[in-house]
Design a protein around this ligand. Sequence first.
Ligand SMILES: Cc1cc2nc3c(=O)[nH]c(=O)nc-3n(C[C@H](O)[C@H](O)[C@H](O)COP(=O)(O)OP(=O)(O)OC[C@H]3O[C@@H](n4cnc5c(N)ncnc54)[C@H](O)[C@@H]3O)c2cc1C
Length: 403
Amino acid sequence: MKEVVVLGAGYAGLKTVVLLQKKLKTNVHITLVDRNNYHYEATDLHEAAAGTQSASRITYPISDVINPQITFIQDEVVKIDPDKKTVKLAGHEELLHYDYCVLGLGFVSETFGIPGAEENALPMTNVKEALAIYDHIIAKMKDYRTTHNPDDLQIVICGGGFTGIELAGALVDARASYAKIAGVSPDEIKITLIEASTRLLPMFSEKLAEYGVNLVKSLNVQLLDGSRISKIEPGKVIYKHGDDDEESLNAGTIIWTTGVSGNPLMEECGFDAKRGRVIVTDHLTDPKHDDIYIIGDVAAVMPPDGKRPYPTTAQIALAMADYTAEDIVSRIKTGKHEAKSFTYKSLGTVASVGNTRAFGEAMGHELRGYPASAMKKIIADRSLLETGGLKELFAKGRFDLYH
Ligand SMILES: Cc1cc2nc3c(=O)[nH]c(=O)nc-3n(C[C@H](O)[C@H](O)[C@H](O)COP(=O)(O)OP(=O)(O)OC[C@H]3O[C@@H](n4cnc5c(N)ncnc54)[C@H](O)[C@@H]3O)c2cc1C
């Protein structure tokens, strides 16, 4: 009996388990570990943060999609020992032993060492953090009724990348509800994006990125591009625009979306990782340990041109899960890796700007307006179906395609 231990029930880990349980009925025992007893759609976290979706709409219980033969352990992974082939969990004395281990421990917020960012800005990398952002915004709106301090109405997003833009769109959708709580008109709720670069959204063509930026600006979101954040103080963002003197912006809510890195456990456990990511082999294994698969946001996969790794996305995490499950099945059945190595072709990227606006590129076509918004929902539904099955698709899917 082979022991397969999968760490992390995100896009990469949970899909690996769902596929393995379909493909391998005997001779294997699978253990899945996650700190939560639910899976969350990380791509929808900005909506939970803004309050346009409830947490229950972007999560589902892990027990819904795994067979009773799978051992699920809700606990914190604290150490992986690749030489002894063991995993240590925070709340269990006994170590887990494996023949094959799959690491899918995801991403954490990256502050790039900017002073005060960790203490004074709110990260958005999991459901708890997203809900903390929402609670914070609501508390500030309520405060305004007694303080009448306009800073309480100011929401600043640090980082105008894909995540920052999507968050700004969701906040715009929620603006009227915030205004009602504060007792002001919606245009008094200020939303500002601060971004170091002047060429936003480099994953899109210049024209498409410009369309996205103009769309966000047309929704009364202030964009401070070319503005490098140097420090975050309580309720204050300090930044520098080009060679100008430092400026500052007061805000009741400061949200941090400048970027993410892979789970720091990768370095802590001695893997050859940079910013929590390991450059994996063609079979998605650790270069030094062929029995360890490293997938999702903790992996760096080099494209054939070998220049820069593919960007970490849910899309590539799901593709890695497909390959990993096939490769493990092949090794358990034949003792050999899959003949083919992992290859990846992106199907495109679509950014939402609220529930009914989007832009992006899919299968070689640039999309704007309604088709882009419908495509964004279809992509989310497909991911739900692939891992959660019909049950989760019908319970949590996006079917409001007509608007
Ligand atoms: C707001 C936002 C929008 C995004 N939009 C898109 C998009 O449109 N398209 C796209 O392709 N990608 C998008 N992404 C990126 C995408 O969400 C990530 O690339 C993806 O979640 C990575 O999947 P993963 O399985 O590697 O990790 P995750 O989804 O982060 O899952 C990691 C899992 O590991 C668990 N875990 C972590 N550490 C431990 C530990 N020590 N012990 C136990 N459990 C642990 C976590 O609880 C979690 O369940 C977006 C991200 C954000 C934040």
